[in-house]
Design a protein around this ligand. Structure first.
Ligand code: SF4
Length: 437
């Protein structure tokens, strides 16, 4: 058994591991287990998160694999906001959510910043009638730079956003244009400066290594410009090609070679960015993120989810995780809206995890931070993970991808940069080869 690092080309397919068991195992016939979890008495001591999905964008990026809408008018958007408010209200009536406090809220997309200030106020007022994030530790809001104005950022501050996440992706205008981004670099600088003036507690910027047209020189320049902005944290993705991106479809239809740099090259670029940010006092927070050491920049959303925390996802195709049950909403805009119109939760599919699946899920997700503690798993699951998964850990250790010291298992830099490529080795045997999504 060897790891797959010999596979070097960026081919069509998913590599990023964001959950377990694979999404392909979630089924419509398991939806009753989600309803059952919501019917249980509330665990009021346990924190809860809320995810709010805004699926609208100005333009579809060529690398995008989300279901997004670029053609909805204001009245359709308002219908969708009403559906979100209704969905939140239905959840607020369930037994398991009585008295539960929100620890975090996350507005993701799509492009949450696409909606207007008036729509934003309408949405937030509607959601707050049934659940409040006034005492939450973190409220994240994803933004596309070209959709921002200073007054919209002031509105975001007013509604309690603590962590603003700017989808910069790259600073080179030719690359932004070639990859179908709606914004160019002047809009990044304008939005970033306004966000600093409005003074959010934390500003994150997203970058992607390996966009179409990437070169050594352009990447180094992007890293330099990102550092110059002094963001509080930075997230750096390695470009991948899931099936439903425009790029993947063109490759399949026209039999084209991958226009994306190979994996070792992308890892070198991320490694370079890590080195540069570390030299300016940033600390690695995970295989794809760093945060400044100057202040507390924890990312509570991933921290909670990767430790098994509950999260309710509102919106079309949104994912939830509650009391050990995964569930996902329907994919169609029309179906989502019409189910809520008739007062029904718009659930498409679900999966109740076994205790072993919960253990594997937390272990693979926490490995993405670069270091895990065996004692945490002994306490929570009664399992010594090293012994339980010894052949896999020893293989990864032999390949210089991780090290063991006392109770800690720590990824080497080489391991951290390709962590998503080997996590599937910990999956249950019958789930290693299945489709991920
Ligand atoms: S902005 Fe984000 S969600 Fe919208 S099309 Fe681009 S990648 Fe997809």
């Amino acid at each position: 058994m060897t790891t797959d690092i010999s596979k070097t080309k960026t081919e069509v397919g998913n590599y990023f591991v964001s959950n377990y068991p694979p999404f392909s195992q979630w089924m419509p016939e398991y939806v009753p287990s989600a309803i059952e979890a919501l019917d249980q008495p509330p665990r009021t001591q346990d924190p809860l998160g809320l995810y709010i999905h805004i699926p609208f964008c100005r333009k579809r990026c060529k690398f995008c694999y989300f279901k997004v809408y670029t053609d909805k008018n204001a009245s359709q958007i308002e219908i969708y906001l009403d559906a979100l408010i209704k969905e939140n209200e239905i959840y607020s009536r369930t037994s398991a959510l009585q008295g539960r406090q929100l620890r975090f809220a996350y507005f993701g997309g799509g492009t949450p910043s696409y909606i207007s200030e008036k729509q934003l106020h309408y949405l937030v007022d509607g959601l707050h009638r049934h659940v409040s994030w006034d005492n939450a530790e973190e409220v994240t809001f994803e933004c596309e730079p070209g959709t921002l104005r200073k007054s919209k950022l002031e509105t975001l501050k007013e509604i309690g956003v603590t962590r603003l996440s700017l989808g910069v992706e790259h600073f080179n205008d030719d690359i932004l244009e070639a990859n179908g981004r709606a914004h160019l670099s002047p809009e990044i600088y304008r939005a970033y400066n306004w966000a600093r003036e409005v003074d959010f507690p934390q500003i994150n910027i997203d970058l992607i290594a390996g966009l179409m047209g990437e070169s050594e020189e352009k990447w180094r320049d992007t890293v330099r410009r990102a550092i110059e902005l002094e963001p509080d944290s930075v997230t750096i993705y390695q470009m991948e090609l899931p099936y439903n991106t425009v790029i993947s479809q063109e490759m399949i239809e026209k039999g084209l070679d991958s226009p994306i740099a190979d994996w070792p090259q992308k890892r070198r670029w991320v490694d370079y960015a890590f080195e540069q940010f570390e030299a300016r006092g940033y600390q690695i927070a995970s295989g794809n993120s760093l945060a400044t050491a100057k202040k507390d920049c924890r990312f509570i959303y991933t921290d909670a989810l990767w430790h098994g925390g509950d999260m309710i996802g509102l919106g079309v195709a949104s994912f939830s995780h509650f009391s050990g049950v995964h569930f996902q909403n329907v994919h169609s805009f029309e179906e989502y809206v019409s189910l809520l119109d008739t007062d029904q939760l718009p659930l498409l599919r679900a999966l109740a995890m076994t205790p072993r699946q919960m253990l594997i899920r937390e272990m693979v997700l926490q490995l993405k931070t670069g270091s895990i503690d065996r004692e945490y798993f002994s306490r929570k699951f009664g399992v010594d993970i090293w012994k339980e998964f010894q052949p896999v850990y020893e293989l990864l250790e032999a390949e210089d991808l991780l090290e063991r010291e006392d109770t800690k298992i720590t990824l080497t830099r080489k391991g951290l940069l390709q962590v998503d490529h080997f996590l599937h080795k910990f999956f249950e045997p019958d789930l290693i080869q299945v489709r991920y999504v």
